[in-house]
Design a protein around this ligand. Structure first.
Ligand SMILES: O=C(CO)COP(=O)(O)O
Length: 530
């Protein structure tokens, strides 16, 4: 940290100007035709109004991401305007204020900042119970309720959604996936009323990691960018996902991290990556939004299991490594089922998985479950931690992969099976999170006992796959391109008779798993395209 309490992220004004210019170019805001036609947006290019970046949601990562942009661009408010929206009305308990004051008093730079901005006494009064503080007031002063030990920088905060989004150029979705739909339905109504040729749809960067499952007209998942498209009416090519290893407090401290921004059009993706990037937060690009979003949801699922394993084995590195490899085999299997050309589990995708299993909130939650300190009936919001995203993701993935219409062909057993049959950890996590008793210690012992794979087949071998992709699991019937009318649906993806799925709309590829023995003699005869 430097003398100002900053983290070495401030960019020189010249760099900010170049970046804003490049981003405006990519967003089409500098184009002369557009300038004439869309006067107000043209003014972005000419510098008469700043580029407006709005964050929705003030969870740990959403708040840190916006604070990081504020640190990078806050010195040039005429070029970039950064605002964060959160719901109003939430008052903060005296205990939380007391804790925040302890943190403030231990950090001279923050103490000085609060005194100099004349807000310190507000905290003293709230600590004494003479007044209440709202989460919104505290966020304005740089305190995020989900990161009570980690003061951020002051932020411009609004509780008015309309004011926040009506003319935003870039919206950052920092909402949990479980809230994304409800908020974006409201955003969609605002955008519908306010957007036109002169004020085109914003670009949305989604930080959210989670999925929804729908069972009609056929079982499929909907990822956050898709929810934003459906509920908010934002065109898919304007929706991006940003994913990578990001433990919010560590990123705020300026520890080196990387990420990929995925989806959309290459020119915009690249410009957004350049805009977000700094020396400690390096951003690359990928066109593959679905693999990254699916994996973003999945790693939270398996992080809960890692926490349970930690508790059950007294932190055995060996057992946790075994769990990690089994979890990775299941995650790769699921992404191959859901993504047409899945990116390998490497780079920021692997790093995000690793860091979440190592230190994320979901792993923390799993460990508390395993130790019997929490139980599923307490719900998925933990004070001081926020929403434990993996809980809804366990239910969503299990619902999808256990639906009777979703089947894969097991080459070893020579029969069609439900995917959950070959995903024991997902099954056991679902069982564990569905318990309504409080005997989590017994449940944990059972979890570990069930994980011990005494079969003769290595899970990684058993889950080796080819042609597994099933388009129906992420798309609606009208979005599927049918390549081979005679290909048949046998043993493939959504089984015949799926409600509302006509024969011409069924997935045509066969999905295979297994074939381990043959694989040793030949190069996977089962796994070549049929
Ligand atoms: O997403 C994460 C790391 O990239 C961690 O998330 P949680 O802290 O919510 O588990």
């Amino acid at each position: 940290m430097d003398d100002d309490g900053c983290h070495g992220r401030r960019l020189p004004l010249g760099v900010i100007r170049e970046r804003v210019q490049a981003l405006c170019d990519a967003l089409g805001l500098n184009n002369n035709g557009a300038r004439n036609a869309v006067g107000r947006l043209a003014s972005v290019a000419s510098g008469s109004r700043p580029l407006r970046i709005v964050g929705l949601g003030a969870g740990a990562w959403g708040a840190v991401f916006m604070a990081m942009l504020q640190e990078m661009y806050g010195q040039a408010p005429d070029l970039v305007d950064i605002t964060i929206w959160r719901r109003g009305g939430r008052t903060v308990s005296k205990e939380v204020v007391t804790h925040v004051m302890d943190v403030v008093n231990a950090d001279e730079a923050v103490l000085r900042r609060l005194r100099n901005s004349s807000v310190y006494l507000k905290y003293v009064s709230a600590r004494l119970g003479d007044r209440t503080l709202t989460a919104c007031e505290m966020l304005r002063d740089g305190f995020c309720l989900n990161l009570p030990d980690c003061p951020l920088c002051p932020l411009k905060v609004t509780t008015e959604l309309e004011e926040a989004v009506y003319d935003a150029d870039v919206i950052v979705n920092g909402l949990p996936s479980t809230e994304t739909r409800a908020v974006f339905e409201k955003v969609g109504r605002i955008l519908k009323q306010t957007r036109n040729r002169d004020n085109p749809m914003p670009f949305v960067i989604s930080l959210s990691k989670g999925v929804e499952t729908r069972l009609e007209p056929h079982p499929h998942i909907i990822t956050p960018t898709r929810i934003i498209h459906e509920a908010g009416g934002v065109p898919m090519d304007r929706c991006f996902y940003l994913g990578g290893p990001n433990i919010a407090a560590e990123i705020w401290r300026g520890e080196y991290a990387n990420a990929r921004i995925c989806g959309g059009v290459r020119a915009v993706r690249t410009a957004l990556a350049d805009f977000i990037r700094n020396d400690n937060f390096v951003v690359w690009t990928s066109p593959d939004v679905i693999t990254h979003e699916v994996m973003g949801g999945l790693k939270n699922v398996y992080a809960i299991g890692m926490g349970i394993t930690t508790a059950a084995t007294n932190n055995s590195a060996t057992s946790k490594a075994v769990y990690f490899s089994n979890a990775a085999a299941e995650m790769v299997f699921i992404t191959r089922l859901l993504s047409e050309r899945p990116d390998d589990l490497q780079g920021p995708l692997l790093a995000d998985t690793y860091v979440t299993l190592l230190k994320g909130r979901n792993a923390w939650y799993g460990e508390r479950l395993g130790r019997g300190e929490l139980c599923p009936s307490m719900g998925d919001v933990v004070p001081g931690k926020g929403l434990i995203q993996g809980i809804s993701a366990v239910h969503a993935f299990h619902e999808l992969l256990s639906d009777e219409r979703v089947q894969v062909f097991d080459c070893d057993a020579q029969r069609a099976v439900s995917p959950v049959e070959v995903l024991p950890m997902l099954r056991h996590l679902k069982e564990m999170l569905s318990r309504d008793d409080d005997d989590m210690a017994a449940a944990t012992r059972q979890f570990i006992a069930k994980l011990k794979d005494a079969s003769a087949t290595d899970p990684a071998q058993r889950l080796r796959t080819d042609n597994l992709y099933c388009a129906m699991l992420t798309r609606l019937p009208h979005e599927i391109v049918v390549e081979d009318a005679d290909g048949g649906g046998d043993g493939a993806g959504v089984a015949d008779g799926g409600a509302g799925v006509g024969p011409e709309q069924r997935h045509r590829n066969r999905s295979f798993i297994g074939g381990a023995d043959e694989a040793e003699e030949d190069i996977n005869p089962h796994f070549t395209k049929t």
